[in-house]
Design a protein around this ligand. Structure first.
Ligand code: NAD
Ligand code: G6P
Ligand code: MN
Length: 442
């Protein structure tokens, strides 16, 4: 089988060590000849890179490993770029959350005004990665899961229409893992699903057992209407309290569109008042992640580097991240696997903007994704999506045109913001905070 050369962009990410272990655990179907880490922050890259070097030497000495901040070194001779960068890092994520909250609005990584601010930072960073890939490895594919995926995907559609970039999200995968547990199945791969929406903004319309065709929706509706996606058999050790409450809230989200199963992210759009009243501006999600995941991962990386061995490491295989390998294998081995990707609508959702970037099932082979037809969608869901897709498109307009007005319109349009006046206040403060990241808006 062909051995692959991969670079992980955002190599200093808190997710890198467990993704690396996941790649090693999947070597049978996705063999590696070389694995490189790339980041533009040398200090973060070194913390994670030094520990990963020890892990690789002990567990996979046959794979050439290196880490670097030099784009030429990183992007030369690769088959795949797996991208998970966070432009502005946690420092800026924290402001994305806290600035809207100050004005009584949802402050969240990818939703509402904070997500738009992150989009304005991320577009340039992801486009730069595409340029490096195309310069140094023109045949490579980029599998991008850098956020906010909806806005990044729209920017790629417009500005890099011929680039080999696939945008994917792990949220539907994560929810399907839970659905499988709820239905008593061993794996989400035993289900065949239909789904439509935007990234972090979609619904399952059909969930069937693959082997028998049995309709699993009745079991799921019964369960989700009472408990959301929580289930006693779910591995609670791997879910923090914040995510538990998000999975549980799906019960309320389900009720307003009960024919379908909702993505967890509707919590922020459909219950913004609830979200704001349950937020603490002095301690938002970023603070939880820094005190939790970042301390754990960086602490462990430093410990491995100091002790010179990773034999007793607490790092576990990032199990649910195997969807990234599913996607790489689909491209590399033409598996024609059915996966949810963020792709141009192009008529898949018949009564929706053909130029919208939508999240829908696609058959993925070596020529890329072939989206399936999801047909007509109901007015309620369509209405919400039209508003949200306008927000996402306006943000990309604002970035390409350097337009203050478009960004003001985008924030005003969001379901998480009550008025044009509040939108302006949030925008003005975001501009100040993002001075070194955003294009200048006029
Ligand atoms: P993190 O801050 O720990 O890591 C991101 C890394 O990216 C940092 O080390 C940073 O220095 C680096 N970086 C920033 N700008 C860069 C650039 N222009 N070029 C190269 N490197 C750059 O963040 P994290 O919490 O580990 O998340 C990483 C990313 O993955 C985020 O975008 C997050 O939203 C995303 N994510 C996506 C999914 C999904 O399913 N789509 C799931 C989890 C996380
Ligand atoms: C899910 C989403 C990602 C998002 C992440 C945030 O995995 O699909 O898009 O980045 O959650 O998780 P965090 O623990 O950083 O808040
Ligand atoms: Mn996501």
């Amino acid at each position: 089988m062909k051995k692959h050369s991969v670079v992980i962009a955002g190599g200093g990410s808190t997710f890198t060590p467990e993704i690396l272990l996941m790649l090693l655990s999947e070597e049978e179907r996705f063999p590696l000849s070389e694995l490189k880490l790339y980041d533009n922050d040398a200090e973060r890259q070194a913390i994670v890179g030094n520990a990963c070097a020890i892990m690789m030497k002990e567990r996979a000495p046959h794979i050439k490993f290196s880490f670097t901040t030099d784009p030429k070194e990183a992007f030369t001779g690769v088959d795949f770029v797996m991208a998970h960068i966070r432009v502005g890092k946690y420092e800026m994520r924290s402001l994305d959350e806290k600035i809207p909250l100050k004005y009584g609005c949802v402050g969240q990584e990818t939703c509402g005004a904070g997500g738009m601010a992150y989009g304005m930072r991320s577009i340039g960073g992801v486009l730069e990665l595409i340029d490096y890939m195309e310069k140094y490895s023109p045949d490579a594919w980029m599998l991008n899961y850098s956020n906010p995926a909806a806005i990044v995907a729209e920017a790629c559609r417009r500005l890099k229409p011929n680039s080999k970039v696939l945008n994917i999200c792990d949220m539907p995968v994560g929810i399907e893992d839970y659905m499988a547990v709820i239905c008593g199945l061993k794996s989400r791969k035993e289900m065949q699903v239909r789904y439509f929406g935007l990234n972090h903004f979609g619904w399952w319309t059909s969930i069937r057992e693959k082997s028998t065709g049995k309709d699993l929706m009745p079991i799921l509706k019964e369960h989700v209407s009472k408990h959301g996606y929580l289930h006693p058999n779910l591995d609670a050790a791997h879910m923090d309290e914040d995510w538990r409450s998000t999975y549980e809230k799906a019960k309320d989200t389900w009720a307003i569109s009960p024919d379908f199963m909702p993505n967890t992210y509707f919590k922020y759009y459909l219950f913004p008042d609830y979200v704001v009243s349950h937020s603490d501006i002095k301690y938002t999600r970023t603070d939880m992640v820094r005190d939790g995941r970042e301390k754990r991962v960086f602490g462990e990386c430093r410990r491995i580097t100091e002790s010179g061995t990773a034999k007793d490491s607490i790092f576990e295989v990032g199990g649910h991240a195997t969807y990234i390998v599913d996607l790489a294998c689909a491209i590399s081995n033409n598996t024609n696997e059915r996966m949810l990707l963020i792709v141009p609508n192009n008529g898949s959702i018949i009564n929706f903007d053909p130029t919208a970037m939508v999240e829908i099932p696609c058959i993925v082979g070596s020529a890329g994704p072939e989206p399936l037809v999801m047909g007509e969608i109901p007015r309620f869901n369509k209405g919400l999506m039209e508003q949200q897709v306008a927000v996402e498109k306006l943000v990309v307009d604002a970035w390409t045109e350097g337009s203050y007005l478009k960004m003001w319109q985008a924030i005003s349009m969001s379901k998480t913001v009550p008025s044009v006046e509040v939108a302006k206040k949030i925008l003005d403060e975001l501009i100040e905070a993002n001075k070194s990241f955003w294009p200048k808006l006029k």
